[in-house]
Structures are given as structure tokens and as C-alpha cells.
Design a protein around this ligand. Structure first.
Ligand SMILES: Cc1cc2nc3c(=O)[nH]c(=O)nc-3n(C[C@H](O)[C@H](O)[C@H](O)COP(=O)(O)OP(=O)(O)OC[C@H]3O[C@@H](n4cnc5c(N)ncnc54)[C@H](O)[C@@H]3O)c2cc1C
Length: 804
């Protein structure tokens, strides 16, 4: 083994091998993979090798497409067969809701260029004769599904990497990692040490343990997973290879394996494997079978596919593999550590391994993953993902692998975990809560405790009239919203203003003022949007999306502040309440000594005030489009503030409102939000944020690229607002936008605009057709609805209400 290397990849499963290959492909030859046993010695060797393109996150779906297309390339380079069988696949729907879900998946696939097709039960039976038609309502056909040989794929990556200059050492275990002061690593193994500039943790089943070597607890957990292979079946004899098949209602997947069928299940009662510590002596071992556990799924299988009942079982495989709480991989540099990267938690290595390797190698080498990989960025998780939290969420995710998640369905595991001091107050007001980063927040308020429950649906549901009433209150009197679920940062010091000026694209506000600002990367793409408030000359309060807290901190660290700047996340130290609506000023004025008139406290003002006895920051901002105030206090004061506002609010018809009403109102105002309208694939002009980019500043990250975007006519895409004709369903996001019979774009958010009384959607289309005033349609659950682009926001486009 060499003693010095540029990158040490830990782990020779399919993911580590892919990372190694992609590094060499990008031109880095001085790279080393260290494997404790033989290649594939974790979960890779006993995988069923299935692969497919469909994923809930369209960006992850794109990387899955890439992975499947890659197999030809590595076979050609290495001469090693990957054993690729592209059989095509069926996803079977046993219920009307599932068929709706498949129609939505098909629609999403359209703008990704996927060739998916909804077919009848008869057509499905023609393609997959083993099924009993009476249990199904329809199916989706995907021509690009199949399976590979896990050993072949891993060795094809490995050989291709070696031919590209990489070194692979086997039977060498990394036992410790020691950081040097320059950010490089001493990789300690049982066969000597290596000095590496970068380390990539691709240790699969042991990634959590490798993480612990550097003091982090990665949110991953291995689950036991079983599949069985039947004896030879006469029904298959002499026939073309059977398609891959997913039966959602049975929680089953099937494919042909030689003369029989391979049948796997994500059973409801899934069992974690090694919940706290993965044993180092676990080799190419299998776990004891437990057919009892999957008996309910097998019963369904025998009913839905009767020939299986007589086929007998030739072999059972029970093996562990890892999941993150949301089932997507963990990829990227770890915040707080220099040059330490992860590529783990990959539960579908044969669909995702290639995409993970590609994204990681580009990111490491070019400083940018080259695609929108937020859905698998390790920084989407923060401190709340403790071992037990991860355990609860992974078990839930496993058990729901083939379940439908309705757009209004909140998952219940690990809840309530984090609550703010007014949680019980909101409960008493019949709040229906959602979970955001482990934190409870109110979605809407029901008329009684009994009715405080969502009825899950793809269509408008029981919350609709109540959300309408909340929007009405905000429009006509006043509404109270808890806003604690934002990320908050305190930036202080003599260099704070200069540093913010360099990292943010808008101008730094004067003391007592607020500036809304995008944050751009070097490619001029959006990687954040903030409310930047200046408390004092050397003191700023920054508000942004909470889910991106770690992501932002990692970026802040990369754009290292000078010695005169301190950056502190204070997300849960400050909690907030917002009041909005025409009565909000009079209400708040009763509680503060400061003059709240527009003359004294205009739109985008920010000031420390005493609200009754409560000290806090008051900002005059609005995400609802109405006159409004955001009040931030330390956690100990939140209950007192809430009681004060509710007490004073009686006279002003104040009523609580939740996140769903807020979403409706911000869509009416065409206000975008991070992870929906604002993502690293859009430029500020494309997203309609050009006015928040201050080119008078000579230096800020992304300036040259943003200038080029402006100079080139504002980028290739445009964010538009559409008025939608729909019956009882609103767009959610990710629906295709059609123009004159062709799919041209995608929806980012949708909602019913209660103040304007029609359905709305925000979405991106090519700039070249953004000026068209007709010909647009948006496809919702398989039906195309006329969509009228609006020249400006649907509600109070001039913004006079929030500025009044
Ligand atoms: C029963 C079963 C069926 C499956 N079916 C499918 C399927 O059909 N399709 C699909 O896409 N996926 C499937 N999977 C999941 C798939 O196996 C995983 O997604 C994939 O194997 C993950 O690969 P990995 O490289 O991340 O991890 P692993 O395969 O666990 O590899 C990690 C490697 O790192 C090495 N290592 C760990 N720690 C150290 C250390 N300290 N020093 C040196 N080396 C170290 C290990 O020895 C191991 O070889 C299945 C899994 C199971 C268990």
C-alpha cells in the first residue's frame, strides 16, 4: 500500500468502487481504495441487484438514470461483465389511490425524459402472466428496469478505476482517522498508515463506525432484509425472461432468477440489524432467516401471483443494508470537518451507486456536484438525528417503502420530539401539527380537538375550509403564526458587514433595516435565500430555511470568515411569532412603546423592542403579502409573548393560522422558497430574484456568473405563476408543464389561492416561451388542466398592502 495518496476511499462495496472509478475518470489518478476484506464484503455481495429509474425526488431519479446507463461504459473499459438484464418493469396498482400515484410518477417522468406508460390490468397480465388480475386496477410500465450482478458491477468499477490509475488494497482495515492541522488525514490501518489529502467514507454497513472515528454520528441504520428464490416454475419454462414487478399492496418485488422467481419484501415489522454497533467480524455472512416475519407478505404474494404458492422455496437470503431516515443516500463533505467526505446510506446501490460516485467526484474535484443533489446531501440532516431518532425513522421508512405518502400526510415516527414552549397552547387551539427537522409546527387549526386530523388525499381535503378561514382572517383582520421553524444565525464582529457583503449577493442593510438576499455559488446559482437584519453596526441576525442550517454552515465555513467575524447558529435559541393582517399594527402598537407607523417603522425595518415585559427583535416583513410583523424572542419568553398577543388580539379578531395557509398566501404573492423555487440549478434572474443582486458591489461570490446570466438575457429558464383551471385538486410540485402539446417545464409549488379564489402554481419554463400568453397546461394526476400564465403575482402585485 502506498504511504501517501490524494484520496483514500474507505470501503470496497459498489459505492466505494464507483467513487474510485469516477475520481479516476475525472482525472485524479493518485487515489486509493482500502477494503477490510474482499470487495463486496458488506451488503453488496448478497443484493438482489435490482435497478430502476423511478424515485420520489426527480433529481435523484436523474442520477438513477445515469447509473443504469453507465454499466455499458464500465463493461467496455474493464472487460468485466455486469450481468445486465434489462427486462423492463411493472409497478402494479391495487387501489385507485395507487393508480393516481403512478399517474403522478409517470407525469414527473415526462420532463426527465423517462418513457413510462400507464397500462390496463389486461395489458399488465399480458406482460406478466403470473399475476391474478382481480387484485389490480392498473399498472405503470417502465422499459428501463432490470437487474445486474452485484459482484460483476463492483469489479467492473474497480477494474476500470485500476486501469485509470487507482490502487486498491484488500484485507486492510481502517482502524482510526487522525486529522492533521492542514486538514489532511492520517488513515490508520491494521497494515500501516496512509497520509491522505481527502478521505471518503464509503464503508456501507460500517459507515456509522467510520464516522465515529472522526467524532460524528451519521444518521444511518442497517435493516435486515429478506428475499427468497423459488424452485423452478413450469410457468416460466421456455418463456422470455419475466419483467421486474413491484406489487405495492403486497409490499413485494419480484423478478425471475434462473428457472424460478426471486421475491423480496419490505415487511411492516422490519428489524434493525446491529442498532448500536456493527461487528467488525461480520464478513460475507447471512443472517438467520425469519420467514414468520414476512409471512403476511408471502400470503399476499400467493394470492396475487398464485403460481408462486406451488413453486417451493429454493433459497432464502437475509442480509443487512443501510438506510438514512428518508431512505436517500448521504453524500458530500461533512460540515465541521475538513476534507472528510461521505458516500453512504445508499439503499439502492445498483440504481444509485453510479450517480453517487459521479456527484461526489465532481464535487470534490470541481467544488460543485454539477447537479441538484440536495435530496442526498449529507447536510440535509442536523443535530436532531440522534441514534434513537434515526432508528425510529429508518424503521418507519423501511415499513413504508412501498406505501403511498399523500401530500397532506405527516409521518408519525419519532414524534413529538422537539417542541417550542407554546406547543401545548397550540394544541389547545386544535392545531394539526407537522414535523420539520424533528420540530413540531402547526399546519392548520381545526374547529375541535376531534376534527384536528388530516384526511389523507391527493385531492383537496378536510383542511380546505379551515385554511380558507385562516387566509380570510389574515386578509381582513389579523392572524398569528408561529415561525420558530426557521434557521437563524448571529453574525458579529468588526468584519461582519464585509464578510456578509462578500457571501451574500444583495447589499448589506443599514442598522435597523432588513435586506432580502440570495446567496449564490461560484457558478452564480442559488444556494440560499435569507432575510438579513442589521441589529447594530457589527451585529447581524440572519433568517433562512431551517432544513438547510447545516448546509449553510458548511458553506459559511468554506467561505471562511476573517478573524473579525463570528458566526453562530441560534436556531432554537430564538423562537418566533408572526402577526399579519390589517389589524396587526394596531394590535402590536398596544404592546410596544415604539412608534409602529409606516413613517417611523417602514417596511423592512428591524429593531429591538420590549413587547410588554418581553424583550425581542421586531421585523417588519411579510411572507403573507399583508401588513405584518415578525417577533423573535429567546425561548424563555415565547409563552409570555404568545399570551400577550392572544390577549391583546381578542379586540382585533386575531386567529391562529398555520403553515398551509402561509403556503397558499406566499404562492398568491409569487414568493418562492428554498428547496422549491430556489435551488442550485436556478440562477437569480431565472428565479425572479435579480433585483436582490447588487452589482454595485465589486466583489461577492457568484458575481461574474450572475452578471453573465443577466447579460445573456436572464438565463435559460423563467419562474412563472399560473392560474389553473382545476376541479378539486391543486398542483403540489413536480408536475409537468405543457406548452402546445409538449412538456416544457415543471411545477415547483402549487396551492389554492383563497384570497383570489382560484388554484395557482409556480413553475419553471424555458425563457424563450416565457412570454407566451396561452397554450400552457399543467398535468395533475394524469389530467391536463388549462394554465394561464399571470404577468404578475396573483394577489396585490404592487405590494401596497404589506407596505401600507
Ligand atoms: C438482501 C438484500 C437485497 C438487496 N437488493 C438490492 C437490489 O435489488 N437493488 C439494489 O440497488 N440494492 C439492493 N440491496 C442494497 C445494496 O446491497 C446496497 O445498496 C449496496 O450494497 C450498498 O453498497 P455500499 O458500497 O454502500 O456498502 P457495502 O456493500 O456495505 O460496502 C462497504 C464496504 O466497506 C468495507 N469497509 C467497511 N469498513 C471498513 C474499514 N474500516 N476499513 C476498510 N474497509 C471497510 C466493507 O468490508 C465493505 O466491503 C440489497 C441489500 C440486501 C441486504
Amino acid at each position: 500500500m502506498k504511504s501517501v495518496t490524494r484520496v483514500a476511499v474507505i470501503g470496497g462495496g459498489v459505492v466505494g468502487a464507483s467513487v474510485l472509478y469516477h475520481l479516476t475518470k475525472a482525472g485524479w489518478k493518485d487515489v486509493l481504495l482500502i477494503e477490510r476484506a474482499e470487495l463486496t464484503s458488506g451488503s453488496t455481495w448478497h443484493a438482489a441487484g435490482g435497478m430502476h429509474t423511478v424515485n420520489g425526488d426527480p433529481n435523484v431519479a436523474k442520477l438513477q438514470q445515469y447509473t443504469i446507463e453507465l454499466y455499458k461504459e464500465i463493461e467496455r473499459i474493464s472487460g468485466q461483465s455486469c450481468g445486465v438484464h434489462i427486462t423492463g418493469g411493472l409497478m402494479l396498482a391495487g387501489t385507485r389511490e395507487r393508480l393516481d400515484w403512478l399517474k403522478m410518477a409517470k407525469a414527473r417522468g415526462r420532463y426527465l425524459g423517462m418513457d413510462l406508460e400507464i397500462i390496463s390490468v389486461d395489458e399488465a397480465a399480458g406482460l406478466f402472466p403470473l399475476l391474478d388480475k382481480k387484485h389490480f386496477k392498473g399498472a405503470m410500465y417502465d422499459p428501463i428496469e432490470g437487474h445486474v450482478d452485484p459482484y460483476g458491477v463492483t469489479h467492473a468499477y474497480a477494474k476500470s478505476a485500476q486501469l485509470g490509475g487507482a490502487e486498491i488494497v484488500r484485507h486492510t482495515r481502517v482502524t482510526d482517522l487522525k486529522a492533521r492541522s492542514d486538514g489532511s488525514w492520517d488513515v490508520i490501518t491494521d497494515h500501516g498508515n496512509v497520509h491522505a489529502e481527502y478521505v471518503v467514507n464509503a464503508a456501507g454497513l460500517w459507515a456509522r463506525e467510520v464516522g465515529r472515528m472522526v467524532g460524528i454520528e451519521l444518521p444511518i441504520l442497517a435493516m435486515e432484509h429478506q428475499y427468497l428464490i423459488t424452485g423452478d416454475m413450469p410457468e416460466l419454462k421456455g418463456k422470455k425472461e419475466q419483467l421486474h414487478c413491484i406489487d405495492f399492496e403486497g409490499e413485494l418485488y419480484l423478478r425471475q432468477e434462473r428457472g424460478g422467481m426471486l421475491l423480496g419484501t419490505y415487511e411492516k415489522a422490519g428489524v434493525p440489524w446491529s442498532p448500536t454497533q456493527t461487528p467488525w467480524d461480520f464478513g460475507q455472512d447471512l443472517l438467520a432467516n425469519d420467514l414468520e416475519r414476512i409471512a403476511p407478505s408471502l400470503e399476499v404474494a400467493f394470492e396475487h401471483f398464485p403460481a408462486l404458492a406451488d413453486a417451493g422455496i429454493r433459497k432464502v437470503v437475509n442480509g443487512p443494508f443501510t438506510f438514512a431516515p428518508d431512505g436517500n443516500p448521504l453524500v458530500g463533505p461533512v460540515r465541521g470537518l475538513k476534507n472528510f467526505w461521505v458516500a453512504c446510506g445508499v439503499m439502492a446501490g445498483f440504481s444509485q451507486g453510479g450517480g453517487v460516485g459521479l456527484a461526489l467526484s465532481r464535487w470534490l474535484i470541481d467544488g460543485d456536484p454539477g447537479a441538484d443533489i440536495w435530496g442526498m446531501d449529507v447536510a440535509r440532516y442536523g443535530d436532531w438525528t440522534t441514534l434513537a431518532y434515526t432508528n425510529a425513522k429508518v424503521r418507519e421508512n423501511y415499513s413504508r417503502r412501498f406505501s403511498i405518502r399523500f401530500p397532506n400526510e405527516e409521518l408519525q415516527a419519532a414524534r413529538p420530539l422537539r417542541t417550542t414552549p407554546i406547543y401545548e397552547r397550540l394544541q389547545a387551539a386544535n392545531a394539526v401539527f407537522g414535523d420539520y427537522c424533528g420540530l413540531e409546527h402547526s399546519l392548520w387549526f381545526a374547529p375541535s380537538a376531534q376534527s384536528a386530523k388530516d384526511e389523507f388525499s391527493f385531492h383537496r381535503s378536510n383542511d380546505f375550509p379551515h385554511v380558507a378561514a385562516e387566509c380570510d382572517a389574515v386578509r381582513n383582520s389579523a392572524g398569528l403564526l408561529e415561525i420558530s421553524n426557521y434557521g437563524k444565525f448571529e453574525i458579529k464582529g468588526t468584519g461582519a458587514a464585509d464578510w456578509l457583503s462578500r457571501v451574500m449577493s444583495n447589499r448589506v442593510p443599514a442598522v435597523g433595516r432588513i435586506a432580502l438576499t440570495p446567496m449564490l455559488n461560484e457558478r452564480g446559482k442559488l444556494i440560499g435565500d435569507f432575510t438579513m437584519c442589521r441589529v447594530a453596526p457589527e451585529h447581524f441576525f440572519l433568517i433562512g430555511t431551517y432544513a438547510a442550517e447545516t448546509y449553510y454552515l458548511r458553506w459559511f465555513e468554506r467561505h471562511h470568515p476573517s478573524p473579525g467575524v463570528s458566526i453562530r447558529s441560534c436556531a432554537m435559541e430564538y423562537v418566533g411569532l408572526s402577526i399579519a393582517g390589517p389589524n396587526s399594527r394596531a394590535l402590536l402598537q398596544e404592546l410596544v412603546r415604539d412608534d409602529l407607523s409606516t413613517a417611523a417603522f417602514p417596511f423592512l425595518s428591524f429593531k429591538r423592542m420590549e413587547i410588554g415585559m418581553v424583550p425581542g427583535y421586531v421585523g417588519r416583513v411579510s411572507f403573507t403579502g399583508e401588513l405584518g410583523f415578525e417577533i423573535w424572542v429567546t425561548t424563555d419568553y415565547q409563552r409570555a409573548l404568545y399570551d400577550l398577543l392572544v390577549g391583546a388580539g381578542r379586540k382585533y379578531d386575531l386567529r391562529p393560522f398555520g403553515g398551509r395557509a402561509l403556503n397558499c398566501m406566499r404562492v398568491e404573492k409569487s414568493f418562492g422558497t428554498w428547496t422549491r423555487e430556489y435551488r442550485p440549478i436556478y440562477g437569480p434572474f431565472e428565479a425572479g430574484l435579480g433585483r436582490f443582486v447588487d452589482f454595485n458591489k465589486e466583489k461577492f461570490v457568484g458575481r461574474a456568473a450572475a452578471l453573465a446570466e443577466r447579460g445573456g438575457g436572464g438565463g435559460a429558464l423563467r419562474l412563472l405563476t399560473f392560474k389553473l383551471e382545476s376541479v378539486d385538486t391543486d398542483a403540489l410540485g413536480d408536475e409537468p408543464i405543457w406548452h402546445e402539446g409538449k412538456v416544457v417545464g415543471w411545477v415547483t409549488s402549487g396551492a389554492f389561492g383563497h384570497r383570489v379564489n382560484h388554484s395557482l402554481a409556480l413553475g419553471y419554463v424555458p425563457a424563450a416561451i416565457a412570454g407566451a400568453t396561452s397554450g400552457f397546461e399543467i398535468e395533475i394526476i394524469g389530467e391536463r388542466h388549462h394554465a394561464q400564465p399571470l404577468p404578475e403575482a396573483a394577489y396585490d402585485a404592487k405590494g401596497s398592502r404589506m407596505r401600507s
